[in-house]
Design a protein around this ligand. Sequence first.
Ligand code: AP5
Length: 192
Amino acid sequence: MRLVLLGAPGSGKGTQAARLKEYLQVPHISTGDLLRAEVAAGSPLGLQAKEVMARGDLVSDEILLGMLRDRFSREDTRAGFILDGYPRNLAQAAALDELLASLGQKFDAAVQLTVDNEQIVERLAGRAKAEGRADDAPDSVRKRLQVYDQQTAPVIEFYRQHGQLTVVDGVGTLEAVFNRIVEAIAPEKAVG
Ligand code: AP5
């Protein structure tokens, strides 16, 4: 199964991807996690990304594509993947198609988790207190939601228009949301 997980910040992509990874036995590729690892390592890329991420903006398409190319060059992505956090704009959606085509692949499903903004703000405020993620500060959350509406919503619309989008209600217990996703992606279609 080659799955693209979409949804606003805090909609539960990372949480569900961790479960889906076990269920589908494919790697979870989170561009946010890849970037945070670079920041933690203090690499040149991490230094470039750190401030951009903290204020809730998007890191450059070029950096993201380089990271993704690198990740997809690894053997473990051949049988499938769960991509979380990419694409976030139309240029990235085109780059993803190109990258997958160059590997003789395309994704099987793009799943959008929907959660209203009020609940998102509540979830991320809770995580800011518990984990202290820099971009969960109220100003950054507002910015991330704005960036999502302006740049990522068009990707969702694009997938919808091309019949590639499955919308899943992201509100409820973790188990309930997980079951909805599994139902939606019909794993009998899985490859690899
Ligand atoms: P990224 O790490 O992708 O952040 P995000 O999309 O803002 O996602 P989050 O991790 O905040 O939310 P999520 O949907 O994964 O929800 P989660 O499961 O964590 O990106 C961070 C930054 O990196 C970006 O802002 C950007 O700067 C940069 N970046 C990344 N990708 C990029 C790209 N492609 N291009 C350019 N820049 C990029 O859950 C959130 C909280 O809710 C948790 O506390 C969780 O416990 C809770 N929760 C989850 N599910 C439920 C539920 N059902 N009920 C109640 N609480 C729940």
